[in-house]
Design a protein around this ligand. Structure first.
Ligand SMILES: [Zn+2]
Length: 313
């Protein structure tokens, strides 16, 4: 028969100072002592638990999914006239600092290029390939002789593609919801015919709140949502929409505004006159990659709330 386990142990469990000749202790007293010790232990545990609960000690850190800790950028009415808001308009609100203290999101940049494709699209794709970065292209229909092949090339190299506008004519497209969707559908069809992609992402020329769509934006946005489209404005950019942009200024403003957020949708342009923008993209990307940012493409499942100007009242 196997001996009890404790007999194998090399040491004696008996208290060394217990005289072996002492009389056996009273079982009732032992039971009472055990009971008292148990009650005390329970009381101490309960008191400590209450103190920790009310002081926050021991409370698990709130788990925040990547992308949920980003700063929100809302433009003021004076900023809505510009396609590229100033750096100040991207400033994070003070109340967000507390939230940032408890969440450590992955820092994601959604690099976006408007107004292509153009003669600068393939050169830009080559730069993006070099840095292994995927971007999102919001495309137009009237600028490029090689429209279909450039659209295909954007998709072939793994980038996302979305509708921007066929004509990019503000007065025309924002004149009425009917005019808007006539232009929208034309661009959507062009993308689908060239690439086979039924894109569900969209960017308004001038942003969702601009000086041309005050009367029509609400109806257009409701209709877009009903059709299953998700639109994205931006919360960072280089201000490269101006006529004569300076490379150093674009790079500086793009980095400054991107650094203001954990997650950014960065606005750049890829029309044929934006060679200055193209020239700063390598340094923009390499700087942020060294700082730990990653790059991703937009899709309908990305929460657009932090990145849009228009919100229902
Ligand atoms: Zn545009």
């Amino acid at each position: 028969m196997q001996k009890p386990f404790f007999r194998k142990l090399p040491f004696n469990f008996k208290h060394k100072h217990s005289p072996s000749s002492s009389p056996s202790p009273n079982p009732v007293k032992i039971r009472n002592r055990v009971l008292i010790i148990t009650v005390c232990a329970v009381l101490i545990t309960a008191i400590l638990g209450s103190v920790c609960f009310f002081s926050g000690i021991g409370k698990p850190e709130r788990v925040v999914p990547a992308g949920k800790c980003s700063s929100y950028a809302h433009r003021t009415s004076s900023e809505t006239r510009s396609h590229a808001p100033s750096a100040a308009s991207f400033a994070a609100k003070p109340s967000q600092s507390a939230a940032k203290a408890v969440c450590k999101p992955k820092k994601v940049i959604y690099l976006t290029f408007d107004d292509g494709p153009s003669t600068l699209t393939v050169p830009l794709l080559n730069v993006l390939d070099k840095y292994h970065v995927k971007a999102t292209f919001f495309v137009v229909g009237i600028n490029d002789k090689n429209e279909a092949s450039d659209l295909k090339e954007i998709v072939r190299r793994g980038h996302a593609i979305g509708v921007h506008s066929y004509t990019h004519n503000y007065r025309q497209i924002y004149a009425s919801p009917e005019a808007f969707f006539s232009d929208f559908d034309e661009m959507h069809s062009l993308i689908k015919n060239a690439t086979g992609i039924d894109t569900k992402i969209y960017r308004f020329p001038g942003g969702s709140v601009n000086a041309y769509n005050k009367k029509t934006r609400k109806a257009i946005i409701q209709n877009l949502k009903q059709r299953g489209y998700v639109f994205f404005d931006w919360n960072a950019g280089g201000g490269d929409a101006v006529v004569h942009p300076q490379a150093a200024k674009i790079l500086s403003e793009a980095l400054t505004t991107t650094h203001m957020h954990d997650n950014s949708v960065v606005l750049f342009h890829n029309s044929s006159v934006k060679s200055v923008t193209l020239s700063i993209i390598p340094q923009f990307i390499s700087t942020l990659q060294k700082e730990g940012y990653t790059f991703a493409v937009l899709n309908p499942s990305v929460d657009n709330h932090p990145f849009i100007f228009y919100h229902d009242a």
